[in-house]
Write a protein of this length. Sequence first.
Length: 141
Amino acid sequence: MSVPEGKRTESKLRVQTQSRELARHTMQLCSNEKIFPKRDRWILSSRIMDTALAIMENVDFANDIQAVTPVDFALRRKSQTIALASTAKMIGLIDLAYTRYGIEGNRVSYWVGLVLEVRELVKKWRQSDKTRFESLMKGRS
């Protein structure tokens, strides 16, 4: 039996799964010499790949921190914030690649869609953490 749509919640690991999919997809596209010529690879595609990996790494790092103290919460939040900021950076880099290399619109739309999905998942995760940590701190006082 399935869960009614109104009662569904985001999987706690969905942000990790999607950040990995974003990194995988990015590596696949950026390694394609028909899209990113080998002669220019170090200019833009390596920066795009580094950004995708940074998103994934920060999501993984933040997920590994149990936010039970204010210091833990701050460290976890910082990694989430870096992942979130990196999504904005990545959209700018993809836009630059789109105009520079004439990447097909449907490829760019799918790619940007992955970035935006990860972005929204990180935002929801941050809000959920904030709410949970605030109630944890209230319970201690």
